[in-house]
Design a protein around this ligand. Structure first.
Ligand SMILES: NC(=O)c1ccc[n+]([C@@H]2O[C@H](COP(=O)([O-])OP(=O)(O)OC[C@H]3O[C@@H](n4cnc5c(N)ncnc54)[C@H](OP(=O)(O)O)[C@@H]3O)[C@@H](O)[C@H]2O)c1
Length: 212
């Protein structure tokens, strides 16, 4: 491992409204070989670098499942961060689940809407399905067990099969069957459009918060 890879990492993980004060405290205090890793939502790499008078900044956008090692983190790095230090970042973020390097801050805003906000979409669908089970007459406990394992199993199956979701959905849709009936109602209720609009609205919000 290169000397660069051994350099210490300073993690910025404060609420966005606290960041200004923290940057002020750390301004000019970091050694050249130190790397700053920020997970602060909305804070641009450039403004952190300017606030600290320190160019080696990595910006990462994790999500809540990182708490159990199943996170999805998108990250990007300032040009000054060399390959050795990028490897350190990959290893750190990889310990929280999966990590994907993206080339621009713009893509961090996109990941904020898709993966960082992602648990919101999933939890809401989970809640709606559990409620549907309760509506039919299952106890909440049984409905939750059926829904949780179905979601988990479907996701793992999709990942292992490497098939496009449209192909998987086709596999489980028999002519005149229950899935076809359910799909008709989901299309009629514009489920795809609602999800697409929700993600796009979250993206626009992420962009707006980054400009504040
Ligand atoms: N949670 C997520 O899934 C997620 C995902 C993406 C991004 N983020 C971002 O991660 C950041 C942290 O979120 P969080 O939910 O973990 O917040 P949090 O639970 O409130 O944690 C903030 C931490 O910052 C510390 N802190 C506050 N002021 C400080 C200061 N002046 N100097 C040093 N440390 C200070 C707090 O310590 P005390 O408790 O001792 O005050 C606390 O440990 C936010 O910017 C958020 O946008 C979170």
């Amino acid at each position: 491992m290169s000397a660069e890879a051994h350099a210490s990492v300073v993690v910025l993980a404060v609420k966005p409204q606290r960041l200004g004060g923290v940057l002020e405290e750390l301004k000019g205090a970091l050694a050249e070989e130190q790397l700053v890793l920020s997970i602060v939502a909305g804070a641009r790499t450039e403004s952190i670098a300017e606030g600290l008078l320190h160019p080696s900044v990595v910006r990462a956008m994790p999500n809540t499942p990182a708490q159990i090692g199943e996170g999805m983190t998108a990250w990007t790095a300032a040009a000054q961060v060399g390959e050795g230090r990028r490897e350190v970042v990959r290893a750190m973020l990889g310990a929280l689940g999966r990590e994907v390097y993206v080339e621009t801050e713009h893509m961090i805003d996109m990941a904020t809407a898709l993966s960082a906000t992602g648990p919101t979409y999933i939890f809401m669908m989970m809640e709606a399905l559990v409620d549907a089970g309760v509506h039919m007459g299952f106890s909440r406990h049984v409905a939750q067990e059926l829904v949780t394992q179905t979601m988990l199993g479907s996701v793992l199956f999709a990942r292992e099969s490497h098939k496009h979701p449209a192909e998987l959905r086709n596999m489980v849709t028999s002519p005149g069957g229950t899935s076809a009936e359910a799909i008709y109602q989901m299309e009629k209720g514009s489920l795809r459009t609602v999800l697409s609009k929700a993600v796009y609205a979250a993206y626009q919000r992420a962009v707006a918060l980054g400009k504040k």
